[in-house]
Ligand binder design. Structure first.
Ligand code: 16G
Ligand code: MG
Length: 540
């Protein structure tokens, strides 16, 4: 049997050889590169997916996407049984496999060593769920991954076209025996749409929802939103633009473009709607925006979702008389605007934790709370609710000694939980959650934006000789290497009222990122530039 596996693998290695000298690391969001340099990597990741499934004795996911990157790129990341990102200790195995050349004996030896170490057999059962985004390169890459996993006696669930959060959801549901929901696409949409509808219908005096124009980045989200658009037409008019029929994926559109360039995407009718939002190429990021009365572009980013979601949940917990029994918290990264942190801590009285960049860090920290709300400023985030919280809500709903108002609030929280995709940030789920809150709290985008004023900020990229020279601590807010860099930054920052700045090596590009904020844009720009100069000087 092992011989057959070996033969199958050998055939794959011959068909998709590893280019000489290529080096690739499992980064913050898996392997990502130009699509034509990826086939060999799919063999390794297919093997790893099979091994992971055997060890966990559960289904794992493999998502093929390069998210907001251009069409010619692609990537792959693995999803653990609970719908979360691959365990970090396994990133090491991914990197080890990636380093091995096409020698079947060496590769097989490594697999055998790993199997002994992990106490698994080649024939142990394995299930891998595969899905991909709309990139032209995706089906081929998926088929290679599939064949590699099958060589290790793996059953494949082939979901084909799906958003990243959909696959996370499907893996979780499959392993949860349907407790979290049904793992099919219909199961996912039914859960979200039904919860949205329930929450609106049970709430008295909701505000009519204004039509929403969605920039779907010419990606997979457009296709999936089309179904939702129909199902929810009675409640909200959702119009989909950049649906892939004309433009290119993520090209001058999508959440990353809008956030990065702080401007409207191409392909939207800008005078016609009061509300716009952009999702990214695999629909796990969401950004809202609108044109104000002076026709100025106004952005609502990830920090704003944290504020909106935490406000709503705090209000409902208070109404349900549950606030004091529940540990609610917001998790941010150093990129969160200082004003948002200030507003959440001082006005809303909700604690904020800061963690390093990357969804896995935010997600992990969010598990410390009954309600852990996490968003990166770039629009990637969700909420996690503890089992204990869910039981408390259920008890409150059924408790005849509670007032109608308390029970209604508990019921609203329960319906809201069902709109949220707890496994990972989900643009479609977050969009529905946002709309429903705006309707219940009678907010328009202007009112939401006016909850607090952002501090002006500036981000810069600095090219350095070796970005690993920069080492950080305290959730990337302070530098410990090179020597004196932090002292220099501290001195520069002290000259600016409300000034803040930090530097960190990028996890996705060969550069160092500088962030600065201050009370005016001129000052934020100046501070960023001064920090850039010391970074350049000390990394020469
Ligand atoms: C990846 C991360 C994203 C993070 C970004 C930072 C995931 C799924 N994605 O795209 O969360 O904001 O990297 O990039 O974790 P940087 O290290 O280049 O600043
Ligand atoms: Mg994405």
């Amino acid at each position: 049997m092992t011989l057959i596996a070996k033969e199958k693998l050998l055939a794959l290695l011959l068909e998709y050889p590893k280019p000489a000298g290529i080096v690739m690391g499992y980064g913050t969001a898996g392997f990502r590169a130009r699509a034509d340099t990826l086939p060999w990597q799919m063999i390794r990741i297919g093997l790893l997916a099979a091994m992971r499934s055997k060890v966990k004795q559960a289904c794992v996911g493999a998502m093929i996407t390069a998210s907001h990157n251009p069409e010619q790129d692609n990537g792959v990341k693995l999803i653990d049984p609970y719908g979360e990102m691959l365990d970090q200790t396994w990133e090491v195995y991914a990197n080890n496999l990636s380093m091995l050349d096409d020698d079947i004996h060496v590769l097989w030896d490594y697999l055998e060593t790993l199997m002994t170490q992990l106490n698994i057999q080649p024939h142990d059962e394995a299930i891998v769920a595969i899905a991909y985004d709309t990139r032209q390169s995706s089906p081929l890459l998926a088929s290679i991954l599939k064949r590699a996993a099958q060589a290790l006696y793996t059953t494949i669930m082939d979901f084909e076209l799906m958003t990243t959060p959909q696959l996370h959801y499907a893996v979780r549901c499959y392993n949860d025996d349907g407790q979290y929901g049904h793992y099919t696409e219909a199961g996912y949409f039914d859960k979200l749409c039904t919860a949205f509808q329930n929450l609106l219908e049970m709430t008295p005096n909701t505000q009519r929802l204004e039509p929403l124009a969605v920039d779907a980045a010419n990606g997979i989200g457009a296709m999936k939103l089309a179904y939702m658009r129909q199902t929810l037409a009675k409640f909200i008019q959702i119009e989909i633009f950049n649906d892939g029929t004309r433009g290119h994926l993520n090209d001058k559109c999508g959440a990353d473009y809008v956030k990065l360039y702080q401007k409207t995407p191409e392909g939207l009718p800008l005078a016609s709607y009061t509300k716009y939002c952009s999702i990214d190429g695999d629909a796990d990021r969401l950004i809202y925006f609108f044109m104000d009365k002076n026709q100025q572009f106004r952005l609502l980013d990830g920090d704003r979702f944290s504020v909106l979601f935490a406000s709503f949940l705090s209000i409902k917990l208070n109404e349900a008389k549950l606030f004091d029994d529940v540990k609610i918290g917001v998790i941010q990264t150093a990129y969160a605007n200082g004003s948002s942190t200030n507003y959440i801590v001082n006005t809303m009285k909700v604690p904020v934790a800061c963690v390093p960049t990357g969804v896995k860090h935010l997600h992990h920290k969010a598990l410390d709370y009954d309600i852990g709300i996490y968003f990166e400023a770039n629009g990637h985030g969700t909420i996690i609710f503890s089992d204990d919280l869910k039981s408390k809500i259920k008890l409150a709903i059924d408790d005849p000694n509670r007032t109608m108002e308390e029970r209604l609030a508990a019921n609203q929280i329960r319906a809201f939980i069902n709109i949220i995709n707890e496994t990972v940030g989900d643009a479609i789920a977050d969009l529905l959650a946002t709309e429903v809150i705006l309707s219940i709290l009678h907010l328009n985008l202007d009112g939401w934006l006016n909850l607090y004023d952002d501090l002006p900020q500036r981000q810069l990229k600095v090219a350095v000789r070796d970005r690993t020279m920069i080492q950080t601590t305290d959730a990337e807010r302070r530098c410990i290497a090179p020597a004196h860099l932090q002292d220099c930054i501290d001195e520069l920052v002290s000259k600016y009222p409300s000034g803040r700045a930090f530097v960190r090596p990028s996890g996705t590009e060969d550069i160092v990122r500088v962030y600065a904020e201050a009370t005016t844009q001129v000052e934020a720009d100046k501070l960023a530039d001064e920090v850039r100069k010391v970074v350049e000087e000390l990394t020469k």
